[in-house]
Design a protein around this ligand. Structure first.
Ligand SMILES: [Zn+2]
Length: 594
């Protein structure tokens, strides 16, 4: 039994999230957390909405609202989406809490005291017509490295290099096309080169990461540059140093505050749990494990920058130092990055309407149908395309005709002929072989889930389902209705229902909503797959109230076979999954085109 931190990427609160977002971080982290809890680990799954930064400021300006109002709106939308998907966060909070501000400022001060934050005079872009700071990502120009014509001031999407806006050739404002003016301004930088040694040593110990993530991270460490951690902006966490604290025009850079959210959310969870020190078990115990889930565009923040902040605050970077007042903090165990999901062969794009938002999806389809698609066909280790045709095919052929049909025909046959789970007589070799297949599944599926190979894991679970369907067809219990053969019919159905119960446990991390239903169809009472709830809470330090996602996940199924009790009453089942008419493919493609 270990303490397992599931640190899930923070969705940016400037709009609703689409299914590409949740396939990269949301569903995989929930599948992992559910499995780890079922196998007896003490999991803390935390995240929240990332609410600072220039894009929110710019969008709020455009809508004539405050950044806080904009963030409030999308925080609620995102909380509802993640709730609808059944993502079992212990705490899903936000970066505008006072608790978060104070933890961010504490880390800033700790890093500063240890000499890992340095001041520098740099060039900042302003809009000549308004005199206001022009955010990096709203400046566009030609990439000085690869020559790509539409590089942004913070990054080139063609070659992937991080940029500063003044490096762009022919820079232009993306807001109104004017040429920005560059003026001198003072900022703080994280001294990343001072972590090269410590990061390199640490990465050398991370042999079980996905190879592409490890290789990419090691390459980043080869060429570390100081990185700005403050910005000319009014919206964000104030800089906690004398002479800076009260300045309204300088704020901590959004990426710096957002990665600290993993820690601040853990501390907030502990404070709300009644034991304010409880977070330490996940952050300071030497046996604790920490898994970070994100899409591949965020690897640098989790395998290089966040570890640097943790090392620097703990006094373990190349310049040494002392741990800050919270004490030394654990580095990640693993950075679990997924690849990109595309849609009908194109990149997701809200502006080009190549998109399906989570909310719209859940209005028309079931959460488990999407969870199944993401687990079975998502971007785990390759870029993957979502097509409506493939979604409908998998839903109908695999969920409905495979798993749903197995449950439905077995339960209804047993209910009709016995009214209860029948007694098992003597088992044949075929019976034993099938029971053996599903019992071995706890080891094989579990091992794959522990290694973040969810696609292979759900494939194994569905292989058990296929074997059970074949068993039923071969044994043909519906032919054994007369008095002499009915005991054998009972045995076959008992075996089938036992295999269904166990397969349902194997599928629970992936399909928690339907797993609860299958559990109840088999006569189960109480919670099988615990669900999160949305709770309106007061800010712990006097700020405005807000909704969080939280839950009690100590209840529910364990990762083990539970023998069914003969005689448990069964009722005629209702279908677990909805078959989709193929016409939805055309309808969805038309929505995309319009
Ligand atoms: Zn480039």
């Amino acid at each position: 039994m270990s303490h397992v931190l599931a640190a899930v990427a923070w969705p940016y609160a400037n709009g609703p999230r689409h299914i590409g977002h949740v396939s990269g971080f949301g569903v995989p982290s929930d599948v992992f957390s559910r499995y780890m809890r079922m196998s007896g680990h003490d999991v803390l799954m935390v995240s929240g909405t990332d609410e600072h930064g220039t894009p929110i400021q710019v969008q709020a300006d455009a809508e004539g609202v405050t950044p806080r109002e904009l963030a409030d709106r999308y925080n609620r939308v995102i909380v509802d989406d993640l709730h609808g998907l059944g993502l079992s966060y212990d705490l899903f909070t936000r970066t505008t809490t006072r608790n978060h501000y104070s933890v961010v400022q504490e880390l800033f001060k700790g890093l500063y005291d240890n000499g890992y934050i340095i001041a520098k005079t740099t060039l900042g872009a302003i809009s000549p017509s308004t005199g206001r700071t022009l955010p990096d990502r709203y400046i566009e120009g030609t990439c000085p490295i690869c020559g790509y014509g539409s590089a942004r001031g913070d990054q080139c999407d063609n070659c992937g290099n991080q940029l500063d806006p003044e490096q762009l050739i022919n820079p232009k404002s993306r807001i109104n096309g004017e040429v920005p003016e560059f003026v001198e301004t003072e900022h703080f930088f994280l001294d990343l080169p001072a972590f090269a040694g410590a990061l390199g040593k640490w990465l050398d110990t991370r042999s079980d990461w996905r190879p592409n993530v490890l290789k990419f991270s090691k390459n980043l460490v080869e060429d570390l540059q100081p990185r700005a951690i403050t910005r000319d902006l009014e919206w964000g966490v104030p800089i906690p140093l004398e002479g800076w604290e009260d300045r309204n025009d300088k704020r901590i850079y959004v990426w710096f505050d957002a990665v600290i959210g993993y820690l601040s959310a853990s501390i907030e969870w502990a404070r709300r749990s009644g034991d304010p020190e409880a977070w330490r078990k996940w952050w300071q115990d030497s046996g604790a494990l920490g898994y970070y889930f994100m899409g591949k565009d965020n690897i640098v923040f989790h395998s290089v920058i966040w570890p640097s902040l943790l090392l620097g605050y703990s006094g373990e970077g190349d310049k040494g130092g002392r741990p800050g007042s919270l004490g030394a903090l654990n580095l990640p165990t693993e950075v679990v990055s997924s690849e990109y999901l595309t849609m009908e062969g194109r990149k997701f794009s809200s502006s080009h309407k190549v998109v399906i938002y989570v909310r719209d999806f859940l209005e028309r389809y079931d959460a488990d149908a999407l969870r199944y698609f993401i687990a079975a066909a998502g971007p785990e280790s390759n870029d993957t395309d979502f097509t409506w045709a493939e979604f409908v095919r998998r839903n109908n052929d695999e969920l409905v005709a495979g798993w749903g049909n197995l449950v439905n025909r077995s339960v209804s046959m047993a209910a009709k002929n016995f009214g209860a789970i029948p007694e098992a007589g003597e088992l044949t070799e075929d019976d034993k072989a099938l029971l053996d297949v599903v019992r071995k599944g706890f080891d094989t599926v579990g091992e794959l889930l522990g290694k973040h190979r969810q696609k292979a894991a759900i494939g194994e679970a569905m292989r058990v389902v296929a074997e059970a369907n074949k068993y039923l067809s071969d044994q043909a219990p519906w032919k054994l209705k007369d008095e002499a053969t009915k005991p054998r019919m009972g045995t076959i159905l008992h075996v089938a229902l036992q295999v269904i119960s166990d397969a349902n446990t194997l599928l629970t991390p992936f399909l928690p909503h339907s797993a609860q239903k299958v559990f109840e169809l088999l006569g189960g009472v109480g919670v099988h797959a615990p669900m999160p709830s949305v709770v309106e809470v007061e800010d712990l330090d006097g700020g405005p109230s807000y909704p969080v996602l939280t839950g009690d996940y100590t209840v529910g199924a364990k990762w083990e076979s539970v023998p069914l009790v003969a005689g448990t009453p069964l009722a005629a089942p209702t279908p677990i999954f909805r078959k989709l008419d193929v016409s939805v493919i055309e309808e969805e493609l038309e929505r995309l085109a319009s």
